[in-house]
Write a protein that binds this ligand. Structure first.
Ligand code: SF4
Length: 249
């Protein structure tokens, strides 16, 4: 006997009616290009309001006392959890207090000290290279522009956005990490997977005043509720706005 097809994620009629404008996915044939993502300004505003309600105090979870420490912690956070990085830097920053300390460290010692964060040989090169450039080219101060910060060895745009945004409060872009990639696609704010393209898509639809906070909130949401496998949609304040294929309610 032919089984009737189960339609997943169908909302109750009342919910569909009350949120129709904001929750309707783009029509057939519209998907596949970033311009047609679910980026209606009212829908984006509702997503921002939902994130504000869930995470009013979202901040960078890497422990740091200044922009330089944030730069080092961000380099160490590649392929590693913030919790592990914070454990390592709690000791590291007691020994290495200035950019000079890192710039002229003994590589074999530093390698062992940051070993728990993984990829410790490459990270040692990046940490020392960036520190040397800061000492020798920027007077010992982390530069405050994306153009300059991208000249530091081992520093790409994501790190630049973290340091400029959370270290200096300068919004030149949006941090796009693995959580932001996953969630901005689930929320249909982009159809891209390349971080640079996602950042451009987000910059177009978000007010600049939200660029820094939005990425913190999405990262917090991705860690706590909208996790990669089996997101906990029942706890999510964006559920009425979300039509992700892998929703669990
Ligand atoms: S409803 Fe589920 S998939 Fe959609 S944003 Fe919330 S947790 Fe993520």
């Amino acid at each position: 006997m032919k089984k009737s097809k189960i339609v997943k994620n169908k909302k109750p009629a009342a919910a569909q009616k009350s949120t129709k404008k904001l929750t309707s996915p783009p029509g057939k044939g519209q998907r596949g290009g970033s311009a047609e993502a679910g980026t209606d300004p009212a829908r984006v505003a509702a997503i921002l309001a939902g994130l504000d309600a869930m995470y009013p105090d979202a901040v960078c979870e890497l422990t740091h006392a200044n922009p330089f420490q944030l730069l080092i912690s961000t380099i160490l956070s590649a392929q590693c959890t913030d919790v592990r990085v914070n454990q390592v830097t709690a000791e590291l920053y007691k020994k290495y207090k200035t950019p000079e300390d890192f710039a002229y460290a003994t590589p074999s010692e530093l390698e062992q000290e940051i070993r728990p964060t993984g990829f410790f040989r490459n990270k040692t090169k990046s940490v020392m290279g960036a520190s040397q450039a800061i000492v020798e080219k920027f007077g010992g101060v982390v530069p405050r522009t994306m153009e300059e910060i991208l000249t530091l060895p081992g520093v790409a745009r994501k790190t630049g956005n973290v340091v400029l945004g959370s270290g200096y409060g300068i919004a030149v872009g949006v941090v796009v990490d693995t959580h932001v990639i996953r969630l901005s696609n689930r929320l249909d704010l982009t159809h891209n997977t390349d971080p640079k393209k996602i950042e451009q898509d987000l910059i177009k639809i978000l007010p600049q005043s939200k660029w820094i906070q939005f990425s913190h909130q999405l990262i917090w949401h991705g860690r706590r509720i909208c996790v990669a496998r089996k997101p906990r949609c029942i706890e999510c304040k964006l559920e009425q706005l979300c039509y992700a294929k892998d929703k669990t309610v």
